[in-house]
Design a protein around this ligand. Structure first.
Ligand SMILES: Cc1ncc(COP(=O)(O)O)c(C=O)c1O
Length: 451
């Protein structure tokens, strides 16, 4: 791992936000949509390097969010910057939907080698996670000639109208948009800590069997006959819903149900993919289970806008003109993606596993120390810490989580909430042991100051 800077700790020199940051926040309030779901703390970024973000007033923050799990290789990794600028000097755009350039087959070939899909694959390139999901939905409908989908409570798959029909992690995402575009039925997602079936802490897999029986015994026999279901869309680690990893039994059973009924198993790796969990894909943690369709975005481009939907080649059987995007698979974005995958394979996935385990161990020590930390969970550098009023009632304490988020910001640590009362840790995958120790020390102080 190349150290990109000597900085050891955050540097906070002004009140937050500082005067220059405040000017930007005020201009934003005047000219920018109020629909962005920004947290209570207000981070204004001027520069990013490695795991550090500098604001316009010269304050430097330790970033354990990575632009919401996007800057996988760290901010402005020199090799990513070079691949972007070299490519920009050669060819920025041509519209791969009408013409050809080497980047699309190059990334398609690389993904064919690494995605958790059996047999040959093909890839469709888009600009975002939601667009990758839209592709998967259209493809599943086209291939199966069916129209219904199954999704899970707590899931987040994007905010475009098709993806929104799947999304169900927060009321605000749907409020005001009335009826949904697609016919989707939602099923409880297994959660061993906050069991949707009130089965308590169940490492025996009983809560995930509850979800499986909900599909097979309940909805298949009532609202949603399996022969009308085009796809089951699953996050292997639920992201916006609270960083909840699915048990292997559940993932295996979803595969079995899909096989039994000719349903597409659509795996959303937008947040969990590209090394974040300590393996290239979260599905790789579930040995022997392969997807039909995999959606990627976020971490694949180190910050360049790119989304990809990769499917079994014989599933991606649609006609010319069925689905395309002007900017999708732009040469500059693909150059960044190819370099990102090279860096991930060159040590960053291993680092995510190694330093992720160190971070998790530190968070578990804090769980022992504080009554308000109900659960620490996750894989690699995709870790969630759930705040509760006490360990017995497990009542989610969202207000405390928000206070801790703010207290971290004031001390120069960037983390972000998800789910009802969880703080997510999704740092750049270059985070070092030393960075993790500093982050844990600040997190500890922020919790102590907030309870
Ligand atoms: C699992 C998952 N799927 C899809 C999306 C949508 O991605 P985008 O915001 O790029 O449209 C997100 C975004 O957070 C996500 O976490």
């Amino acid at each position: 791992m190349q150290p990109i800077t000597d900085l050891q700790r955050p540097v906070i020199k002004t009140q937050l936000p500082g005067p220059k940051a405040l000017e930007i926040i005020n201009a934003d309030a005047q000219y920018v949509t109020p629909s962005y779901p920004r947290p209570d703390y207000k981070l204004v970024a001027e520069k990013g390097y490695g795991v550090w973000i500098e604001d316009p007033d010269g304050n430097v923050f330790l970033d354990c969010n990575a632009g919401v799990a996007v800057c996988s290789t760290g901010h402005c990794h020199p090799e990513i910057v070079k691949s972007i600028s070299d490519q920009a000097a050669e060819l920025i755009h041509l519209c791969g939907t009408d013409y050809y350039y080497r980047h699309m087959p190059a990334l398609g070939k690389k993904l064919d080698e690494i995605v958790p899909i059996d047999g040959p694959t093909k890839s469709h390139f888009a600009n975002s996670g939601a667009e990758a999901i839209e592709t998967a939905l259209k493809l599943a409908m086209y291939h199966t000639r069916r129209q219904k989908f199954i999704s899970f409570f707590g899931s987040f798959h994007g905010r475009t109208l098709g993806a929104l029909s799947l999304t169900s992690s927060k009321k605000a995402q749907r409020l005001g948009f009335m009826r949904q575009a697609l016919d989707v039925v939602h099923v409880p997602y297994p959660n061993c800590y906050q069991c949707p079936f009130n089965l308590g802490k169940c490492s025996d897999g009983s809560c995930c069997m509850g979800s499986v029986s909900w599909i097979e015994d309940r909805i298949f026999n009532t609202t949603t006959p399996p022969e009308e279901v085009a796809g089951i869309v699953v996050e292997v680690v639920q992201g916006e819903g609270g960083y909840v990893p699915a048990p292997t039994e559940f993932i295996r059973e979803i595969r079995r149900i899909c096989d039994q009924h000719g349903i597409m198993m659509i795996i959303d790796e937008v947040q969990s993919g590209m090394g974040r969990t300590g393996k290239m894909f979260a599905l790789d943690h579930h040995q022997g289970v392969k997807a039909d369709i995999v959606c990627m975005a976020k971490g694949i481009g180190s910050g360049m806008p790119i989304g990809v939907c990769t499917a079994k080649a014989d599933i991606m059987d649609w006609h010319k003109g069925a689905h395309a995007s002007t900017f999708g698979g732009n040469p500059v974005a693909i150059a960044a993606a190819l370099k990102t995958i090279e860096l991930l394979e060159g040590g960053m996935v291993d680092n995510a596993r190694d330093v992720g385990a160190h971070l998790e161990a530190g968070l578990r020590r804090l769980q022992d120390k504080y009554e308000c930390i109900g659960d620490v969970r996750g894989l690699g550098m995709m870790l969630g810490v759930e705040f509760v009023s006490d360990k017995v009632s497990k009542k989610p304490d969202a207000a405390l989580r928000d206070r801790i988020e703010m207290a971290c910001f004031e001390r120069g640590l960037i983390i972000l909430g998800c789910g009802t009362s969880t703080i997510r840790w999704s740092p750049p995958l270059i985070l070092s042991h030393e960075n993790a120790d500093v982050a844990l020390e600040i997190f500890d102080a922020a919790i102590a100051a907030s309870i």
